[in-house]
Design a protein around this ligand. Sequence first.
Ligand code: ATP
Length: 205
Amino acid sequence: MLDAPARLTIHDLDCGSLTGVSLAIDPGEVVCLSGTSGGGKSRLLRAIADLDAHTGDVWWGDLHQGSLPGHQWRQRVMLLPAEAPWWFERVGAHFPATPDPSDLAAVGLPADAMDWPITRLSSGERQRAALLRMMAHGPQALLLDEPTANLDATTTERVEAWLLRRIRTDRLTVLWVAHDMAQVRRVAGRHLRINGNRLEAVAWT
Ligand SMILES: Nc1ncnc2c1ncn2[C@@H]1O[C@H](COP(=O)(O)OP(=O)(O)OP(=O)(O)O)[C@@H](O)[C@H]1O
């Protein structure tokens, strides 16, 4: 970890058709984001990661997004896109160090998965390897774009449990896009939804 855990604060952010997004997420808190397909969830995550054009302010603790080059911001506020890119031939080449075998096992990947070529990964293996890679880089805030979309129900819950343990231990600040309301109920402390051009809170029922 680079810094102590901190709050992620978004103030009056406009991106795409979304306007006036204001939100604060505390360390260790998971906020789920839902909304119709094409409603702007991924664009909002990309704006918070400083990858898409936007107006308004984003802070991680007292660090303003505009005060750092984008790549340094994203070392702290890390985006896991729905389809994470891969550059090298082998899985392990994307990791700063070999992951702990217990982390591999926790997401259901075998110990030798680091030696596999990227081309052999199934979509679900790719998604779990991308999650492991993200966590191996020591993020402090996570922007997760449907991180379990390619996984079966059992593997989804296994990955959720592993992620939630890491989130609580490292007190990570998390914005998690999810379509599955059962998942929202399992992982989120709060649920927000994009409705038209606004972000609104969803009450627990
Ligand atoms: N760079 C861009 N310039 C203009 N429009 C864009 C750009 N990127 C995305 N869009 C549009 O913005 C809208 C929101 O896209 P976004 O990917 O954020 O949707 P989403 O809510 O994540 O959808 P899904 O649930 O289907 O993944 C879409 O209509 C998309 O076509």
